[in-house]
Design a protein around this ligand. Structure first.
Ligand code: PMM
Length: 321
């Protein structure tokens, strides 16, 4: 019996919109990653380039210097690590350093060499909907119907990735909330998540602390609430996304979302079987780090990117949609 996985964000950047560079130093980033594991994260997503709206690109050497030590330290400690990058060279070196997932917010569009790296390494690949880098993305927001357009553009990326030799069981899709989407257009993407799931691949949702939540919660003066006050709303999105069948949620503050996905799993299990709630599933202790990440959708074959020897069957978090 599966549940939605929780990916904790480890931004090794001085300028992230959501946490403002609090874990920019490698040691602090590693310590933060370990803290998120303790709160119940199944995956740690390490990124060295801010995708904050308007952000300019960091040189590739700087991105490598930021992410590699953090990826190696966390992976060596047994964590399932994903690298948040749009660059093939960063993806390849991060995988060599122990990353088991490449999380590419450009879905392979930013770097034509990315598909080949993913095909050769065989790692899981999060293919996010994207129309342009952070400095231009807010100008690329025209949609006829945002859900249909995002789904069709993702389907085109899947076709291109498969043609480049990537296996379908490596793929996870992501609607790219906040990327070339202003406030209102994010809600249909969440409310109609099932239309993305119809593509037959697992879906990851990254709503955490995003602008559309800040605007939703705006106080009487109309100003959006700041990112650090958006965690309760993020947990509410986690609950609904998990109930809608999301494979994974990507969040900055892990504990509430880790609790929420377990509530949803118990709720839906009880609805299906009549079993009592409280049955142990998955990574219930919140302290182990040996999650087995399975991108199987029920129709495809499983890709296992996270199994670690010696963690034992009881500590397996296997999420299928
Ligand atoms: N959002 C951000 C960064 N990486 N990756 C995926 N797959 N999905 C997202 O929605 C996503 C992402 C931006 O948020 P951050 O700068 O706070 O990490």
């Amino acid at each position: 019996m599966g549940r939605t996985l929780v990916m904790g964000v480890v931004n090794v950047t001085p300028d992230s919109f959501s946490d403002g560079g609090a874990w920019y130093e490698p040691d602090a980033a590693v310590a933060h990653g370990r803290e998120l594991l303790g709160e119940g994260a199944d995956i740690l997503d390490v990124g060295g380039e801010s995708t904050r709206p308007g952000a300019t690109r960091v040189p590739v050497e700087a991105e490598l210097a930021r992410v590699l030590p953090v990826v190696s330290a966390l992976a060596a400690g047994g964590a399932v690590v994903s690298v948040d990058t749009t660059r093939a060279v960063v993806a390849e070196q991060a995988v060599a350093a122990g990353a088991r997932i490449v999380n590419d917010v450009s879905g392979g569009l930013a770097d034509p060499a990315m598909a080949d790296v993913v095909a050769r390494t065989g790692v899981a690949y999060v293919c996010m909907h994207w129309r342009g880098h952070a400095d231009v993305m807010d100008d690329l927001e025209e949609y006829d119907d945002v859900v249909t357009d995002v789904r069709d553009e993702l389907a085109a990326r899947v076709t291109a990735l498969l043609a480049a030799g990537v296996r379908s069981d490596q793929l996870v899709l992501d609607p790219g909330l906040g990327f070339s989407k202003s406030g209102a257009s994010n809600w249909p993407l969440l409310a109609r998540l099932g239309e993305l799931e119809e593509l037959g691949l697992p879906v990851l949702v990254g709503a955490s602390r995003k602008r559309f939540l800040g605007h939703l919660l705006a106080r009487s003066d109309g100003r959006p609430v700041p990112p650090l006050l958006r965690d309760d709303a993020t947990a509410a999105v986690t609950t609904l996304a998990a109930a809608a069948g999301a494979w994974c949620v990507r969040v900055h503050s892990v504990r509430a979302s880790a609790d929420a996905v377990r509530v949803v799993a118990a709720w839906s299990r009880a609805g299906r079987t009549g079993a009592e709630s409280g049955t142990t599933i998955g990574t219930e202790t919140g302290t182990e780090t040996g999650a087995e990440i399975d991108t199987r959708t029920g129709t495809g074959t499983a890709v296992e990117v996270g199994a670690r020897p010696g963690t034992g069957g009881d500590s397996t978090a296997r999420a299928t949609t």
